[in-house]
Design a protein around this ligand. Structure first.
Ligand SMILES: Cc1cc2nc3c(=O)[nH]c(=O)nc-3n(C[C@H](O)[C@H](O)[C@H](O)COP(=O)(O)O)c2cc1C
Length: 201
């Protein structure tokens, strides 16, 4: 082959290699994963964990949607009135308080995180109201709860409400009642790292 043709063919091979690798990179970028975080929080503890989880997920390139469950009829301020009402609700298996609409399609997310405080050793009923309205089939769902030392059946209450979901590691974090803006974040980063490495396990 004449020298000039040799040079041209080497150049062409180089260009193919180069553009091939750019294509591969572009398709990697397109695959941004999506996470949904939905939480209930009355005095702010669970909100702090939700926001930290959002930050950790964003740090590993997840696009994160964060929603708070807002009861249509707000609960009383912390204190005896709230405790009595929450106790009544916890004892009524059929209680499903209404909440402000959250327009999300759980099926469009790679990961779904659900957070709540523990109320009377259970998941607050308003959280079950939300969970039971969604289609969790085959979705990876993780829970985070905050509590004062007695988590009770909170996580299994939520698992029952997330029909068809796939479960993994959850976290529970001590939370003062009422919340005072302080919480221990140490469990959040390793938890997020594990759930986002599902394919590498
Ligand atoms: C009505 C009510 C009931 C509670 N019941 C429990 C309980 O059964 N076990 C527990 O460990 N903590 C219980 N707590 C404490 C809260 O779960 C804890 O302070 C939580 O971190 C509050 O979260 P929040 O600030 O996101 O609302 C209760 C708090 C309230 C207001």
């Amino acid at each position: 082959m004449p020298n000039i043709l040799k040079k041209l063919s080497t150049l062409l091979a180089g260009l193919t290699l180069m553009f091939g690798s750019v294509d591969a990179k572009q398709s990697e970028n397109v695959e941004t994963k999506k996470a949904l975080i939905v939480y209930f929080s009355h005095t702010g503890n669970t909100k702090l964990i939700a926001e930290r989880a959002q930050k950790e997920l964003a740090a590993v390139n997840y696009q994160v949607d964060l929603h708070r469950i807002e009861p249509t009829k707000p609960y009383p301020e912390y204190g005896d009135k709230l405790k009595d009402l929450a106790k009544k609700e916890s004892e009524n298996d059929n209680c499903r308080p209404e909440f402000e609409a959250i327009n999300v399609d759980v099926q469009s997310y790679d990961l779904v995180l659900i957070g709540t405080p523990v109320w009377w050793y259970k998941a607050p009923k308003v959280v079950l109201s939300f969970l039971e309205q969604q289609d969790f089939s085959d979705k990876e769902v993780r829970f985070f709860i905050t509590h004062g030392g007695g988590p009770g059946s909170c996580i299994s209450d939520m698992e029952i409400a997330c029909k068809g979901a796939k479960f993994g590691d959850n976290i529970d974090v001590y939370g003062n009642y009422p919340g005072n803006g302080e919480i221990d974040y140490e469990k959040v980063a390793p938890w997020v790292e594990k759930m986002t490495n599902l394919n590498n396990q």
